[in-house]
Design a protein around this ligand. Sequence first.
Ligand code: CP
Ligand code: NVA
Length: 308
Amino acid sequence: MKNLLSMTDLSLEDIYGILDLAEEIKEKRSQGKVIDHLRNKSLGMIFEKSSTRTRVSFEVGMKDLGGHVIYLNPNDLQLGRGETIEDTAKVLSRYLSGIAARVYSHDTLIKLADNATVPVINALSNKEHPCQVLADLMTIKEYKNRLCSMKFVWVGDGNNVCNSVMIACAIVGMEMVVACPKGYEPAEEYVAKAKALGGVIKITNDPLQASENADILYTDVWVSMGNESEAEQRRKDFSGFQINEELIAVSKPDVIVMHCLPAHRGFEISAGAIDGPHSVVFDQAENRLHVQKAVLLKLMILDDSSES
Ligand code: CP
Ligand code: NVA
């Protein structure tokens, strides 16, 4: 594992390795024990889009591990004046121990990774959000004590987070049902990748039927960053694709309700569902911190050992 651009960069063994380490890190943090193996390491963070969780959890995580972070607004970099991604990657690699980037185009990440000599982490792209989905897997494991043999129901947009979830479910052996309006199905590229990994995926336009016997109900915003111009149309098209008490009622009694956040109560999720007893959304948000520390340790320490 040199970079984390996609869930497809991870094997089943990698996923369990990251989750085991994240659980240990979480436990030690709760006991006030310090793990500072990233002393003198630096992470550059390029954010083309807004962020609360990803930015703060990477900053705190890196600092907790003894390292430091440089937040790089692309408009302040020479990138904003036409310097290429390729040259930027080569230059930043001379200073930094790793780069995390949130980008509009996944191709930007690929160019960064192809030209950087330090690990590159996808902090969200138009295609995937692997750091989020690793935190989601950690949360599912905490609540269900397993990752396989469950029914994961995605309600809403077949978007970047959905793509990463499809790959994750395929790798860990979880059945997935995606309930989305016509025209908002996940990209065929990702459905095919997930199926090639052994994924069992059903795509439907009926959220109520999809939710029957669900172990996990998951949703995300109807309007992702970059889709703002379609907001009005999307709000019409997604009407009815909401996780609410009706869907929870047909799911398993111990169903967990998940959302990567930020959430819009009354749109993709009802207030009762997100603030109710089935919701684990703030555990997901917290686990971003622990799981990303595990990713940073794996990438930066592995990177060092391969050089020596
Ligand atoms: N879930 C998530 O990635 O949140 P931010 O956009 O706040 O980073
Ligand atoms: N699908 C959302 C996720 C936000 C964390 C977006 O891309 O905006």
